[in-house]
Design a protein. Structure first.
Lengths: 232, 757
């Protein structure tokens, strides 16, 4: 069985949820402490949401210097599938594994909503179970989710098809080009602000047309990485 | 110079600023009598803060006793810990227990809304940890001044962002709550926060210090000068010339420190490294040491200079009274100390050993080798003054009750009724609160089965079995102003009904009683009435009050708030998969109205919004009928006979229908003729009356016969009043008016953003 790790930093909040989603997707969840210096041989890794170090300094900035990150950065460069969700995305950006930055939502407040996204790139380790143009709904909840990058970086991301998810209907935080998530050149590292792990169980996800809180669009992130690992 | 015990004994003539610390002359005399000398300044600090209204419940105690006295053995059945502990603990089966509590942070939230509200959340969450429970959700009960008053936006923005900032950062889903606007709260906003926690039976940790020789450990954030109310008076008075000046009296919160502290405590519990534990809230170290000692073996020896300080210039009196946040005190066996400290250092939580448990019956506190406190801890923590304050039925009440809202002019004109409907839907108390709740994380933890805008929040406790709890809170200050006894029962009835409509079975009650000054006999009468109403109501419903909080002095100048007894009801559900949504999702379901309608407009939203009127009597409550209704809903949920259920409350049937449409955007056709004929009421009453014991449910056609049979067998009045229509995109009240979905949505959604966004 594939083993997928979840790193807990001080102030991580959605780490248990990520572990549970991995279990539900049929993989073995592995809990990793931020002070560890190795990844315990996991096949893939999730950096979960939360407020690591209270978002002090900048979101994700202090966590990006945690002992475990040295190995995370090395593993990313080796091609290990890594998914950064919300604060995990912020940590990936602060670690320079993904370009750009995330700033305070343009509305000024924390936003929690069921967010519609379009899947733009289905070639990454975390999105190959989707079809291009798929529209999905997963929860979004952040205070600092506005994606920014300089013009050159934006052009490069767009040109290389590295924008993986785009906000639909509503851009909840003022992200440039409605960007909700991006990937690196290799396609193994994906970061996004919305939370796929919160749409993996009927009864506890976003509302759907059919039933209350029944959305499970997030499960396909995890089936994607299992596809990737099966092929590898 | 330090005011030591020896010094106090040698200098009886020194004049102490007890009145500035809030003590009455006779209370000060009593302290001298207890000690056989004048108190040291440290002891004075402790007594003053522990004998304050907030900590000692000195004005409310004689009334609150009823909650214990009116408990039947059946009500006790599921109680693992009750009133007196930090928060009551209820057995919910399968080896699980839950604990929940509501607490006020009203005064700090007016002075400094952001930090006041933030630390309110922090404090209630630490209360839950002190029971050995993992906090799993929060809710908040907010009351602000008039929505269009210039100062209201300041308070709303501060409070909401404070809760958002602190609560979201803790990783606790915010699953519901209340927001009210009324000019009576203009200079007295109410910020109540509820937290709920879950634990296995064997993990229950009671706050006491047992085991002579066990270590007393303070851990968490360092102690600073924040939240010191009275101590600054001591510091600036005769005892320490040239000492620090007045410090901010509102505490400052650090949710990251709290989150780490929660995880650290849970790891300590799991490893069984803690014998007793208490959070540091109001009155800080004074409260924690005296309460732990008084509840345990009776003695404790503390070296106060071991406290880690943020500000080294703090005086011992200030350290004793500091309300710095994110601190806990634990009792630890000496042989476990090393393992304890290993866990705290893993989480980068600072800790210091302050002393140990003794059997001397004395709480002794030393400061750099000098004894500054030597008291019997029970005299500080338990045996404070108790007042039976004078009460008087308000002189104005008769004329208020005679000014009946049922005499207000009502219309039968469809166009006017439509306009009234939309006006009420847009009114601040009815309008969508999404602008607030969208700033809170309702997903984190992955166990949220119901959250805003459902009638109650629901959480899964056991992933295997689906066992869960449902919680709702309610209070209607206008009802309580008209009749506080009835008002408290109405709050109880509504919270109870809100839990029942989710399919859960109500099992326990907690409260947060917000009132004016207890020194005003009229307020004291209102308080006593409300407590009696709540205690009687709980006895009738056979569910116990497991804990509570009292907040007095909610008044500015001569005007006190409407009595606002916030009642929280917790229910259990054996599998959250059977929960019932609060709105319509399917086409062609029959809509039924359970219960009877009479003309009851006293304190209603209709009277308030349409006529700017408050008078008459609030709606009647029949708690026996409420418990019948709850049993009926629970049976219907178990048999999966209903696809939605929504409680009727403020705004009556009209608003319940609108909310049921708005939940998932499915319209309906509704007729009122049969309700009017059967109950003998006019159109306005059918639409807007606030009679209790009523719920609308939607039922699939194939379950119709069974559902009617169930109602008949249980003797509960039921009428089919409409049918859902997913194609219509409108709410049609036949022969009266039709309101398109877009207009409903816009009317309901725009009020709060218009004022605050």
């Amino acid at each position: 069985m594939s083993r997928i790790g979840v790193v807990t930093f001080p102030g991580s909040l959605d780490d248990r949820d990520a572990l549970r989603a991995i279990r539900r997707a049929g993989a073995q969840p592995v809990s990793i402490w931020h002070g560890d210096r190795d990844l315990g041989g996991v096949d893939a890794l999730v950096l979960p949401g939360g407020f690591s170090y209270g978002d002090y300094l900048r979101c994700g900035a202090i966590a990006s210097h945690s002992p475990v990150m040295t190995e995370v950065i090395a593993a990313a460069k080796r091609g290990l599938p890594i998914l950064g969700i919300c604060n995990g995305f912020q940590i990936l950006v602060e670690s320079h594994l993904l370009p750009g930055g995330l700033i305070r939502n343009d509305g000024g407040s924390f936003v929690c909503r069921d967010q519609k996204l379009r899947v733009e790139n289905t070639k990454t380790s975390w999105t190959n179970a989707f079809s291009p143009g798929d529209e999905i709904t997963i929860p979004l909840k952040n205070g600092e989710g506005g994606y920014i990058a300089d013009a050159e970086t934006l052009a490069q991301l767009e040109g290389e098809g590295r924008v993986v998810f785009r906000y639909l209907d509503v851009n909840p935080n003022g992200s440039m080009n409605d960007i909700a998530g991006i990937t690196n050149e290799l396609g193994n590292v994906v970061g996004l602000m919305p939370h796929p792990e919160h749409a993996t169980e009927e009864g506890f996800g976003p509302d759907t047309k059919l039933a209350m809180r029944n959305g499970t669009d997030g499960l396909r992130f995890f089936s994607s990485v299992l596809n990737t690992l099966a092929v590898a | 110079m330090t005011d030591s015990v020896a010094n106090a004994a040698a200098t009886p003539e020194i004049v102490q600023p007890f009145e500035s610390l809030g003590l009455k002359p006779d209370e000060y005399e009593r302290i001298k009598q207890i000690l056989g000398r004048r108190p040291t300044s440290g002891e004075l600090a402790m007594y003053s803060v522990m004998w304050s209204e907030h900590c000692s419940y000195k004005s409310s105690k004689v009334h609150l006793r009823q909650f214990g006295e009116k408990v039947t053995p059946k009500m006790r059945e599921h109680l693992l810990a009750g009133i007196g502990e930090n928060a009551g603990v209820i057995d919910i089966g399968e080896g699980w227990a839950v604990t929940f509590k509501v607490e006020s942070h009203n005064h700090p939230s007016f002075i400094e809304p952001f930090q006041g509200a933030a630390t309110g959340v922090g404090g209630i969450v630490r209360d839950i940890i002190s029971m050995g429970a993992r906090p799993v959700a929060v809710m908040d009960q907010l009351r602000f001044g008039a929505i269009n008053h210039p100062d209201t936006a300041r308070v709303v923005h501060g409070v909401v962002s404070g809760i958002s900032f602190y609560g979201n950062c803790l990783g606790l889903p915010n699953i519901g709550g209340e927001t009210w606007f009324d000019s009576c709260y203009q200079d007295n906003p109410l910020v109540n926060a509820l937290a709920v926690g879950v634990l296995r039976h064997e993990d229950l940790h009671l706050a006491n210090a047992r085991g002579v020789g066990n270590k007393v450990v303070l851990f968490g954030a360092r102690t600073g000068g924040d939240g010191i109310g009275g101590a600054s008076i001591l510091a600036s008075d005769s005892f320490s010339e040239g000492g620090p000046t007045k410090r901010p009296a509102v505490q400052v919160g650090d949710p990251f420190a709290e989150k780490v502290l929660i995880e650290c405590c849970l790891e300590l519990f799991k490893a069984s490294l803690v014998e007793g534990i208490q959070d540091l809230g109001a009155a800080g170290i004074s409260c924690a040491t005296s309460e732990l000692a008084a509840a345990g073996d009776g003695g404790m020896q503390i070296e106060l200079d071991q406290v880690l300080l943020r500000d080294p210039t703090l005086l011992p009196e200030e350290i004793l009274m500091s309300e710095s946040q994110e601190r806990m005190m634990a009792i630890v066996k000496p042989e476990n100390l090393e393992a304890f400290l290993k866990v705290t250092s893993k989480w980068d939580v600072e800790s210091s050993v302050l002393g140990e448990v003794t059997d001397t019956g004395r709480l002794v506190i030393n400061w750099h080798g000098e004894q500054i406190v030597n008291v019997n801890p029970a005299t500080v923590a338990l045996d404070g003054p108790v007042y039976n304050r004078p009460m008087a039925r308000p002189a104005w009440l008769d004329s208020l009750q005679c000014n009946a809202a049922n005499d207000l002019q009502r219309t039968n004109n469809p166009r006017e009724l439509r306009a009234q409907f939309l006006t009420i839907l847009a009114s601040p108390n009815i309008a969508s609160k999404a602008w607030i709740t969208d700033q809170y994380d309702r997903y984190v933890g992955g166990d949220t089965a119901l959250a805003f805008p459902e009638d109650a929040g629901m959480l899964r406790v056991d992933e295997g079995s689906g066992l869960g709890v449902s919680i709702a809170t309610d209070a209607n200050g206008r009802y309580s102003q008209l009749d506080p006894y009835q008002g408290a029962q109405l709050a109880l009835a509504e919270a109870y009904r809100n839990v029942a409509v989710t399919g859960a079975t109500p099992v326990a009650v907690s409260d947060c009683l917000n009132f004016g000054s207890p020194e005003d006999p009229e307020v004291m009468w209102q308080f006593s009435q409300a407590v009696t109403g709540l205690a009687d109501g709980c006895r009738d419903l056979e569910i116990p009050v497991t804990g509570g909080n009292v907040s007095f002095y909610n008044q500015t100048g001569g005007a006190s708030i409407h009595p606002t007894p916030v009642v929280a009801v917790l229910g259990t559900i054996s599998d959250v998969a059977n929960r019932i949504p609060g709105g319509w999702q399917d086409d062609g379901n029959n809509i039924y109205l359970l219960g009877e309608t009479t003309t009851e407009f006293g304190g209603s939203e209709w009277a308030h919004v349409i006529h700017n009127h408050l008078g008459g009597l609030p709606p009647k409550v029949d708690l026996v009928r409420e418990s019948k209704l709850a049993a009926l809903l629970s049976a219907a949920a178990r048999q999966s006979l209903i696809s939605s259920a929504h409680d009727l409350s403020e705004g009556g049937l009209a608003i319940a229908l609108a909310e049921s449409v708005l939940r998932f955007g499915v319209g309906a056709r509704v007729w009122l003729r049969e309700v009017m004929d059967r109950d003998g009421v006019d159109l306005a009453s059918a639409l807007f009356s606030e009679s209790t014991g009523r719920v609308i449910v939607s039922v699939q056609r194939e379950d119709d016969v069974k559902f009617r049979g169930l109602c008949e067998a249980r003797g509960y009045k039921v009428l089919r009043i409409g049918v859902t229509d997913s194609q219509s995109d409108a709410l049609e009240i036949q022969d009266l008016f039709t309101i398109p979905l877009d207009l409903l949505t816009e009317t309901h959604a725009s009020s709060l953003p218009t004022h605050f966004a």
